[in-house]
Design a protein around this ligand. Structure first.
Ligand SMILES: Nc1ncnc2c1ncn2[C@@H]1O[C@H](COP(=O)(O)OP(=O)(O)O)[C@@H](O)[C@H]1O
Ligand SMILES: [Mg+2]
Length: 248
């Protein structure tokens, strides 16, 4: 591990054809092992910021560097490879493939990365166990609750062992008990050393999960503060244990 930040944005802007810029010059860096919450009202640029870090979109200006790679300069193939190897993404509405089983959904990133099927399956089974869903490996996503689907999505995001986890409103579509499961899962993953960027408009979630909160307003950083006495590294870390087959 080096002192170089995992994420480094320099004067990063994103303009769409019409309207004010979605990102109006953001400079920030995130260190290894941090759990950073990106907070802000709807339309403040949170998803835009996350998508630029994920290499899903290109900035209009400035730079996006992740783990020493200039993500903003990658071509299409380089960008796809970067996303497979370096980032795990979790979305509000899970983005699972409905015609694949839970196990096959979790295996998708490994297969795209060229991992052998046997090895991918072993790892997927192990990951499903770690999120408490081993008994649902053969089920189709539509038979699962929202909370269970999001835990499948977390397992899938971890498949290629990415150094960076990016979550966009991961609890936004969940009931409070499932949201708490996902929150604790993220805390545990951060406790194991993974760097996490968590986009949310939920102040409580940010304060109870992240070690630092960055607030966006109109595409600019309005506030960037350390969460004292709460959040990752300080909160009690009880492992996610629940009865097998339990709801949620
Ligand atoms: N593909 C797009 N085309 C045009 N405008 C967009 C696009 N995506 C986002 N925007 C605009 O950029 C701003 C920031 O959006 P977004 O990053 O999605 O905000 P947030 O995630 O904080 O709700 C909004 O004004 C939104 O309308
Ligand atoms: Mg958004």
């Amino acid at each position: 591990m080096t002192n170089a930040p995992v994420i480094d944005l320099r004067d990063t802007t994103k303009k769409y054809d019409d309207g004010p810029p979605a990102l109006a010059g953001v400079t920030l860096s995130v260190a290894h092992g941090e759990c950073v919450a990106i907070l802000g009202h709807s339309g403040s640029g949170k998803s835009t910021l996350l998508n630029l870090i994920a290499g899903l979109d290109r900035p209009s200006g400035g730079t996006v560097t992740v783990d020493g790679t200039r993500v903003d300069q990658l071509g299409e193939a380089g960008s796809a490879k970067y996303r497979r190897a370096s980032v795990g993404m979790i979305f509000q509405f899970f983005n699972l493939l409905d015609d694949l089983t839970v196990l096959d959904n979790v295996m998708v990133p490994a297969q795209l990365a060229g991992m052998g099927k046997g090895e991918a399956k072993r790892r997927a089974v192990e990951l499903l166990g770690s999120v408490g869903l081993d008994r649902h490996a053969g089920a189709y996503p539509q038979r699962l609750s929202g909370g269970q689907r999001q835990r499948v999505a977390v397992a899938r995001a971890l498949m290629n062992k990415p150094p960076l986890l990016l979550a966009d409103e991961p609890t936004g579509a969940l009931d409070s008990s499932s949201a708490e499961d996902v929150r604790r899962l993220l805390l545990d993953l951060n406790g194991e050393g993974r760097t996490i960027v968590l986009v949310t408009h939920d102040v409580q979630l940010a304060a109870s999960t992240a070690s630092r909160t960055i607030e966006l307003m109109d595409g600019a950083v309005k506030r960037d503060v350390v969460n004292h006495g709460n959040g990752a590294g300080l909160a009690a870390r009880t492992p996610l244990t629940r009865p097998a087959g339990g709801a949620g």
